[in-house]
Design a protein around this ligand. Structure first.
Ligand SMILES: C[S@@+](CC[C@H](N)C(=O)[O-])C[C@H]1O[C@@H](n2cnc3c(N)ncnc32)[C@H](O)[C@@H]1O
Length: 321
């Protein structure tokens, strides 16, 4: 904050950067997160199968809230799982109006009733609605105060309801030797053998350079749009560099802590952990891996290894209140 001449409180700064960032990201979100669209359906299917195999009951006419819904990815993938046809209503909640607009467009193709709500979990608590299933996908690592956030989640949960989270950095294993070894192995595999000078001349690489230039421009635009908004609003005096912006928005990625299942277990006191699953065992989503690595990723997923880069979980509230 000192570096950029910020004078407001840290909480206000985080909120403003978060809003500007997601406003700017909303237009390119689906294209820059193609890997999530391609790789996450399996993780949704696995968590739901684990729930169905657990012997716990699940009713019909499920009412769901997708917290931090973004462009609607989590709800869309959930609707495609085995419980999709038991869903009757989805509330799409986000602090970014631009993300909500995208989610609303997507939701118009779904066969369930949807309502978009602008705000955070605290703001919908006043509606006194309780949800059978609460989902957060790629959201927990954006939340500065997880204790408060999870308390709000608990208040929104219907008795015996489900809380699901996916796509967060795996806090309990970020320093894991095997994860680091596998990540290095992939990097080495992808390191080209031909010297850089010669590679630059290959037609494929010339075309690649042009493409990258164009998409970098898209990236630059998206970061510069964030800066433009922050400077115009008087929050910052000069443009923030991209890693500094990400350090504010993806707060638990850049603090090196990630999201820890051990910590969540403590914070989700009256929930029972039904399933915890990890993925991205080579540091990248399955869809981004070369074939041989894809097969090994699948073996680790099948073996329910827990030391991947990303973590997901499904919890059931064991309380009737
Ligand atoms: C990385 S995106 C994830 C979007 C979507 N869930 C997905 O998986 O693609 C994070 C989303 O959370 C929203 N968000 C961040 N903090 C929030 C909060 N406290 N309450 C509700 N939404 C929040 C952002 O505006 C953004 O749309």
């Amino acid at each position: 904050m000192n570096k950029y001449g910020v004078k407001c409180a840290p909480y206000q700064f985080q909120h403003a950067v978060n809003l500007a960032f997601h406003k700017s990201e909303s237009g390119v979100y689906d294209s820059i997160h193609r890997d999530m669209w391609a790789s996450l359906p399996q993780q949704f299917a696995l968590l739901i199968s684990d729930y169905l195999a657990s012997g716990e009951e699940l009713g019909n006419d499920l009412v769901i809230v997708d917290v931090g819904c973004g462009t609607g990815l989590a709800s869309e993938l959930l609707l495609k799982t085995k419980i999709g046809d038991r869903v009757s209503e989805i509330d799409l909640l986000d602090t970014s109006p631009e993300m909500l607009e995208k989610a609303s467009e997507r939701a118009s193709t779904w066969k369930v009733k949807t309502t978009t709500i602008h705000g955070g979990v605290r703001s919908i608590a006043e509606r006194r609605r309780r949800y059978d299933l609460i989902i957060t996908c790629s959201v927990l690592h954006h939340i500065p105060d997880l204790i408060d956030f999870l308390q709000d989640i608990r208040h929104l949960q219907a008795p015996r309801g489900i809380f699901m989270h996916l796509q967060d950095p795996n806090g309990d294993y970020l320093g894991d030797d095997l994860l680091q070894e596998r990540t290095r192995e992939l990097k080495d595999y992808e390191r080209p053998l031909i010297p850089k000078r010669l590679r630059r001349l290959a037609p494929r690489n010339v075309i690649g350079r042009i493409r990258r230039k164009l998409s970098n421009r898209e990236d630059e635009d998206y970061i510069s749009r964030v800066n433009k908004q922050l400077i115009q609003s008087g929050l910052t005096r000069e443009p923030m560099i991209a890693p500094d912006i990400w350090a504010v928005t993806d707060i638990h990625v850049h603090d090196g802590e990630g999201i820890s299942i051990k910590t969540l277990s403590g914070l989700l006191g009256d929930y029972r952990m039904i399933s915890v699953r990890s993925y991205s065992f080579f540091g990248k989503m399955a869809s981004e891996l070369p074939t041989a690595f894809k097969e090994r990723e699948q073996l680790l997923i099948d073996a329910r290894a827990l030391n991947g880069l990303e973590i997901a979980g499904l919890w059931k509230l064991m309380n009737d209140r």
